[in-house]
Design a protein around this ligand. Structure first.
Ligand code: ZN
Length: 267
């Protein structure tokens, strides 16, 4: 015996197809739609049709847009030489909310998932290479057999103009929060929530005081600070996050504290 009229059951079935909606919630939503005034129900139905009609993928970055290009690709103020590859359009949203990123994006519309038979050919990875080449970027992928403890782990190896090399392993925790877990082979944990200063130094008494004295002279307020080291009296790294960016002359002053200070860089 059918408890609901067919049209109501159909509406509930449609809601039940949405992610995270079980049959009970689907029924509740269907009843709610039925209780809406005609005008509101029509607006609701039209919103679905209009979104499907007008929203398409940006031909450059594959993000969702209702224009020719998405606002990020169409903007002259974005750095087109930096591409952030993300899994889903909603990842773009969370990074944009942070207002910290000024490059462009490439949206894969999915993530590699061998268990669900999603391989590189199913995603828009190929377009990412083409886009990078068009913009004169050199991309090198290195096959790694190393097991990463967290699925959203990335290793970045960067070399600065001064020859300083940074090997950093970071984990995306969602909501635009990234935690750095390894720095030049050292286990660390910091999130770069504020302007971040990395000071690689010799582990010995008095170094922290010397560095914080320079920051005090610059009126730089420390929001987070921690010292990581591999062993006593050997290599150590001070991670200092400050409310405002540290002035270049203070960074130079810290660099000049050699020989105890080995390298200084900002993130
Ligand atoms: Zn775009």
């Amino acid at each position: 015996m059918q408890f609901f009229p067919a049209a109501l059951q159909n509406l509930a079935d449609q809601f039940a197809r949405l992610p995270g909606v079980g049959s009970k919630t689907a029924q509740r939503l269907a009843f709610h739609v039925l209780s809406l005034p005609d005008g509101e129900a029509e607006e609701f139905a039209n919103a679905i049709l209009e979104a499907k009609k007008q929203v398409h993928t940006c031909p450059v970055c594959q993000n969702l847009t209702d224009g020719e290009l998405c606002p990020v690709c169409a903007s002259d103020s974005r750095d087109k030489t930096t591409i952030c590859v993300v899994s889903e359009p909603r990842d773009v949203l969370s990074i944009e909310r942070s207002r910290e990123y000024h490059g462009v994006y490439h949206v894969l519309h999915g993530a590699l998932s061998p268990m669900n038979r999603v391989g590189p050919d199913d995603l828009r990875i190929r377009n990412a290479y083409q886009e990078a080449r068009k913009r004169g970027m050199e991309v090198q992928m290195v096959l790694s057999t190393q097991e990463m403890p967290h699925p959203n782990t990335a290793r970045i190896r960067a070399e600065g103009a001064n020859g300083l090399r940074i090997d950093m392993v970071g984990v995306s925790l969602g909501g635009a929060v990234i935690e750095v877990r390894q720095l030049n082979g050292m286990d660390v944990a910091f999130r770069c929530e504020y302007p971040t200063l990395l000071v690689f130094h010799q582990d010995q008494p008095g170094v922290i005081r010397q560095v914080t004295e320079v920051l005090e002279n610059a009126q730089a307020n420390i929001a987070f600070m921690r010292v990581f080291r591999n062993a006593k009296r050997k290599d150590a790294c001070m991670i200092i996050e400050t409310d405002d960016p540290i002035p270049p002359e203070s960074i130079r002053a810290i660099q000049n504290l050699k020989p105890v200070i080995r390298e200084v860089c900002t993130l």
